[in-house]
Design a protein around this ligand. Structure first.
Ligand SMILES: Cc1cc2nc3c(=O)[nH]c(=O)nc-3n(C[C@H](O)[C@H](O)[C@H](O)COP(=O)(O)O)c2cc1C
Length: 425
């Protein structure tokens, strides 16, 4: 029989049966790989979706409210402080009294590169409580956040609408004794967020440690006043009110704050508190992309020009100090800024020149892993096992060890992917 040589089914079947233990072992290990993978992925996505899930239930924690539109799903309080979380915690307690979920986040543990853009759609309100230190620098914990924000705000790739939809408020901690750098970090964070298109829901608060000059007598009093305004605004936002101003205010009063690129709490007239917060009504400069009242164009342009002038002045100063001889290379606009370079390298990208980065996609890695598994199985069991080859190969004493080694390698790779590969999270 010409087929008996090549298609003797009994022999491979018997050898498979004899070596069934290894087959079970292989299948079991692969099954475990899958189970581990899905458990880990499930855990991660659950962690990420917690704020969203609570967001659906929030207002008073009742499921029946799910159909009701939620205007504020929660408040995130970010702090960059050296001496503690006092103000942030106090704000959190006050927000909790409004039945809103609140998260207090140390800026040290926050990566704006990955996470900030989530706030565009999250319906959260983000409050920033940031201190200023020597020469107008942020605390060590907020250095990366500020650096990232500064670069992003002037990076053409992010654009003026990168954070459009995000709602924020800033309270700066400082001391007016340091006149030239008073509350500089708060001012900058406020400005950079605004430049990226985020909506300021309430005017920036300036806490002043100098009891003589402090507007309300102490930094604590400054904070209390700002907190009250913030909470009032939050309540209005919760109700879905976009513009607390009833429309009877003088035209121009509202607008002045609406379009302000930086606005400090005390700058508005007392009765126009509503107007100060009007910008939450949300027509900031980002609306340049939509419909802009021609009357407002002048103000917007002034603001943009002011920003540009300030930046140019800053750049001029720093370049004078650094070097008088201009380096041609530094003048060239690099696509990968230092902050971006750091972030991309952290994420495992291989950078090419000053313009690109490449990374093996996680699915390719998983595919390679399973392809290896498939090839190995083919090698072991044969895709069309001949009468003797399969049995001979399978009965080799090294086979069980190879199998164990293979699965250990597979599991190690999987573990690496899940724990060390940032993109896999
Ligand atoms: C060494 C030092 C330098 C400071 N430099 C500034 C400054 O340049 N501008 C400013 O507004 N405040 C400055 N401050 C005041 C702090 O911002 C202020 O004390 C603030 O409350 C600190 O907040 P924290 O204790 O939460 O970190 C400085 C304080 C210290 C101790």
């Amino acid at each position: 029989d010409p087929f008996s040589d090549t298609w003797d089914f009994s022999s491979p079947v018997i050898s498979l049966w004899i070596n069934r233990f290894y087959i079970y072992l292989g299948l079991y290990s692969n099954l475990m790989n899958f189970v581990q993978l899905f458990i880990l992925k499930g855990k991660k996505s659950q962690e990420k979706s917690v704020p969203k899930a609570t967001g659906d239930l929030m207002t008073n924690g009742c499921i029946s409210l799910q159909n009701k539109e939620v205007f504020v799903s929660g408040v995130k309080i970010f702090y960059g402080s050296q001496t503690g979380t006092g103000f942030a915690t106090s704000l959190a307690e006050a927000v909790t009294s409004l039945d809103l979920p609140v998260a207090v986040i140390n800026l040290k543990e926050y990566d704006p590169d990955d996470q900030l853009v989530e706030e565009v759609t999250s319906k959260n309100v983000c409050a920033f409580v940031v201190a200023t230190y020597t020469d107008g620098q942020p605390t060590e914990s907020a250095v990366w956040f500020c650096k990232w924000l500064e670069e992003a705000s002037s990076d053409f790739r992010f654009g003026k609408t990168y954070l459009k939809g995000m709602r924020y408020a800033v309270f700066g901690l400082g001391n007016s004794v340091y006149a030239s750098h008073f509350n500089k970090v708060g001012k900058n964070v406020d400005k950079w967020l605004w430049m990226l298109g985020a909506h300021r829901v309430v005017a920036r608060g300036e806490g002043d440690c100098d009891v003589v000059k402090s507007k309300h007598g102490s930094i604590e009093a400054d904070f209390r006043v700002w907190k009250t305004k913030f909470l009032a605004r939050l309540q209005a936002l919760q109700k879905g009110e976009k513009k607390p101003c009833d429309g009877n205010c003088k035209r121009g009063q509202c607008e002045s704050s609406v379009h302000a690129c930086t606005q400090v709490e005390g700058e508005e007239e007392e009765p126009s508190e509503s107007t100060s917060e009007e910008e939450s009504g949300t027509e900031d400069h980002q609306n340049l992309n939509s419909v802009v009242d021609v009357e407002d164009l002048g103000k917007i342009m002034n603001c943009v020009k002011k920003e540009k002038r300030e930046k140019e002045e800053q750049e001029e100063k720093s370049s004078l100090v650094r070097n008088t001889v201009k380096n041609e290379d530094s003048e060239r606009r690099t696509m990968i800024t230092p902050a971006l370079r750091e972030a991309l390298t952290k994420q495992g990208y291989q950078l090419i020149g000053s313009h690109s980065g490449v990374k093996l996609c996680r699915w390719t890695k998983v595919f390679i892993l399973f392809k290896c598994c498939f090839c190995f199985m083919q090698l072991l069991y044969g895709s069309r096992p001949g009468p003797k080859a399969g049995a001979k190969l399978l009965s080799h004493p090294a086979i069980p060890w190879m199998l164990v080694l293979y699965h250990v390698c597979g599991l190690t790779l999987l573990w690496q992917l899940c724990h060390q590969e940032p993109g896999f999270r």
